[in-house]
Design a protein around this ligand. Structure first.
Ligand code: HEM
Length: 238
């Protein structure tokens, strides 16, 4: 779906996914290769520059902004690469964790409708948020509880930990307000797209799990404290 938004043809899918994975490696470990990430950004930039990508809906919106002088062409490129990279691995991690959850609860009758699939997706967002932490540089001195954060300090915000707290709230309205997609002016641009992709994918995966066709042989989780999701899952089908 993300590739369709950019008008990307299926033949480019392996290149697109591989480049997004390389960019995501920078979040997964401090051992990432700078030159490989630069190269992946170049590949995505080239994909955007090749005519077909510009026919996508998202690309047309961005290009319209450039035409009216709101964004420079360089900014359109930077935003396109950001959207492609920010959306691909996060959504893949959401689908992976939700699949693991379906496999764990495969015998539960309660998980037998689209509505329940929606709950599985929301539950993973809340309890296993694909992005566990985001960073900020304090713009001014701020007191938080007993701590003083000084202007210029680097701060890590643990969204996953905050969600665990929120889930313990006595207030049912508060409990529905997880911050897996961030909050405020930088809240995730693609929250709706991510939910739509995950729900569509899970519908297909759930029918395979519930019919007994999909069996998990082994799963390996990312080890990064900032990203939660499956690095690999080996399955047998049929
Ligand atoms: C499950 C999937 C996803 C999760 C968990 C997720 C999570 C987040 C979070 C936590 C932020 C805030 C970052 C911060 O405050 O520093 C963010 C920002 C962003 N996300 Fe997502 N995201 C997902 C999918 C997507 C998709 C599918 C797209 C694009 C179609 C996307 C595009 C963006 C962009 C462009 C930003 C930056 C917004 C800004 O800085 O103003 N994300 N996302």
């Amino acid at each position: 779906m993300l590739m369709e938004l950019f008008g990307l043809s299926r033949s480019n899918a392996p290149l697109f996914i591989e480049s997004c994975d390389v960019i995501a490696s920078a979040w997964l470990s401090d051992q990432f290769s700078r030159s490989k990430v630069d190269n992946a950004i170049e590949v995505l930039t080239d994909l955007f520059n090749c005519g077909s990508l510009r026919d996508g809906m998202l690309s047309k919106i961005l290009m319209a902004h450039a035409k009216h002088g709101v964004l420079s062409f360089g900014e359109v490129l930077a935003n396109s690469v950001l959207i492609m990279a920010a959306g691909q691995d996060t959504t893949a991690n959401l689908i992976g964790s939700a699949t693991a959850s379906l496999l764990r609860h495969r015998d539960r009758n309660a998980l037998e409708s689209q509505c329940e699939i929606y709950s599985v997706v929301e539950n993973v967002l809340e309890m296993n948020s694909p992005i566990q932490a985001v960073g900020r540089i304090a713009a001014c001195d701020i007191s938080l509880g007993s701590a003083l954060i000084r202007e210029g300090d680097a701060v890590l915000l643990f969204l996953g930990a905050a969600n665990t707290e929120i889930s313990r709230s006595q207030d049912a309205y508060q409990r529905r307000r997880h911050i897996a997609f961030g909050a405020g002016r930088h809240r995730c641009l693609g929250a709706g797209v991510a939910r739509a992709i995950a729900n569509a994918a899970l519908k297909v995966i759930a029918s395979e799990v519930w019919s007994g066709n999909l069996q998990c042989l082994s799963m390996f989780w990312h080890e990064s404290p900032a990203i939660r999701g499956l690095a690999r899952m080996h399955v047998s089908l049929g």
